[in-house]
Design a binder for this molecule. Structure first.
Ligand code: AVJ
Length: 328
């Protein structure tokens, strides 16, 4: 396992509390619109619940993207070519990643993830499926530039960022990440990135507020995690899951809505919520052809090809690192 400079990825205090989590929660819940960064939804329980979400009937993105990966292998091979080191941002899915690797004859596979456990599991799984492919897992926070292993130094890179995870970020953060990816991947890199598409509101609403209530559990798990890890007393059952379409920003927002006036403590500090007040817990931005191109271009990537599933719900975009040139 390559550990990037052995840097401490989680900073805990004497009691084992994740300092960044506590700071984000205390700060976010002190703002006029209460909000907690979406990354804190994904502890072990949250990651498991998200896995469950990918299998519910209303949640189309995973199936739509997998359909593209299953059907377009020949085009990937032609447009991407063999011999690249595939650098995956996030620990990789046992379904999507093999579909890509099988299609393009890569020279190496480099999964990047902040969680060593997920990373090792994904890497082991891959090594069994592709016994001749060099696999170099790297435990790192890919929001910052990552030093890739020596073994792939001379290979051209293909970044792989499926799942529309980019949609979790507001434009500014997304652009920062795209530019950082360009730095991580180097000269003549390419990027294959999943971006979910703007569509009928009722379809989006259902995808983020499923009938079985799995997404509601996923959202409420954040409050449970706060109670568990930060000594919180949030009355979780008094918070209702809401998926809201924000048309100005073209995004689905997840909120936890207070069902009555609430008082609770977190890490010794008191908080109140008036009935109807919300905690904003996640954004899931949706794109069209132009907005996705604008975002990629702002991040230093020129789109070269795009695929959608047959129903036109989801897009997978191939982009190349833009070359600086003078205007126009
Ligand atoms: C993991 C960010 C891609 O936005 O669709 C799914 C997360 N949240 N249901 C998404 C999510 C609620 C998901 N991403």
């Amino acid at each position: 396992m390559t550990s990037n400079t052995g840097l401490q990825l989680v900073d805990r205090d004497e009691e084992g509390v994740d300092r960044a989590f506590r700071a984000d929660v205390l700060e976010g819940l002190s703002e006029a619109q209460k909000a907690v960064p979406a990354r804190w939804l994904y502890d072990d329980a949250g990651s498991q619940l998200f896995e469950d979400i990918t299998r519910i009937p209303e949640y189309y993105p995973t199936r739509a993207e997998t359909e593209i990966l299953e059907r377009r292998g020949e085009e990937f091979a032609r447009l991407i070519g063999p011999g690249r080191a595939v650098v995956e941002f996030g620990s990789g899915s046992s379904v999507k990643t093999p579909l890509l690797l099988r299609a393009i004859e890569p020279a190496a596979y480099v999964p990047l993830d902040i969680s060593g456990d997920f990373l090792r599991a994904a890497a082991d799984d891959l090594a069994i499926k592709f016994p001749h492919l060099p696999v170099y897992p790297v435990e790192a926070d890919f929001m910052r530039k990552v030093a890739l292993p020596e073994g792939v130094a001379d290979m051209p890179k293909l970044g792989f960022f499926p799942g529309s995870t980019i949609g979790n970020m507001v434009a500014r953060t997304a652009v920062d990440l795209l530019r950082t990816m360009r730095e991580t991947l180097g000269e003549s890199a390419r990027l294959l990135i999943g971006m979910d598409l703007i569509k009928d509101q009722s379809v989006l609403q259902a995808a983020y507020d499923d009938a079985a209530g799995v997404t509601a559990q996923f959202n409420r798990n954040l409050a449970r995690r706060i109670n568990r890890e930060l000594g919180g007393t949030i009355p979780v059952d008094d918070l209702q899951h809401e998926a809201r379409w924000n048309d100005d920003f073209a995004r689905i927002e997840m909120h936890l809505v207070a069902q009555k006036d609430l008082e609770f403590e977190i890490a010794g500090r008191g908080f109140t919520m008036a009935k109807g007040e919300t905690i904003h817990t996640e954004n899931s931005h949706k794109f069209d052809q132009r907005s996705s191109a604008t975002l990629l271009l702002a991040g230093g990537w020129t789109p070269v090809h795009r695929w959608t599933d047959d129903a036109g719900r989801f897009s997978l975009i191939l982009a190349e690192a833009s070359i600086k040139r003078s205007a126009p």
